[in-house]
Design a protein around this ligand. Sequence first.
Ligand code: VGL
Ligand code: ZN
Length: 198
Amino acid sequence: MTNALIVIDVQNDFCTGGGLAVPGGEDIVTDINAMMDDYDAVILTQDWHPSGHSSFATSNSGAAPYDMKEMHYGPQVLWPDHCIQGTRGAEFHADLRTDADLILRKGFRPAIDSYSAFFENDQITPTGLEGYLHNRGITDLTLVGLATDFCVHFSAVDAANLGFNVTVWLKACRAIDLDGSLDAALKAMQAADVSVKP
Ligand code: VGL
Ligand code: ZN
């Protein structure tokens, strides 16, 4: 068994004062740093959008943040601007350890969003992470980070469907919780055989 810790999107824009602040986002940093020494590999993901990304409400005339839009790949939440490439908001939280093996960026294609660390929101375009993990012989994944109900949720379900043994550790995650999205995410993760630990 070879295990990896995958730290999802612990970036300034998802912390207090950020463009898409997740309540308590920064509170998980200390626990995540402490966990890193217990894994064979540590991977950080970084939400990394070009300015004017199609998932931003400001890129869709007449739209307000958190409206839904039907994209060519399915329904998409329209977000406040966040994690724009090269900005301070896209940087990792200053206290997060970045001595990781791999930093995987996602969401860089202008016309498609990417919640999952494995596939973009069309569910087909791969990020390459599956191949990286298989090449390194990694079988077991623990996921932590932001946000529980979006990027952690979709990454965990994809990982389980790809055959990895997946644990999500909620004490080191925080949620956006939009219209019951946290409840739905917890159910979807359990249904996909993700082990959800408090
Ligand atoms: C995320 C919404 C938009 C996340 C990223 O990291 O959960 N959520 N972009
Ligand atoms: Zn994003």
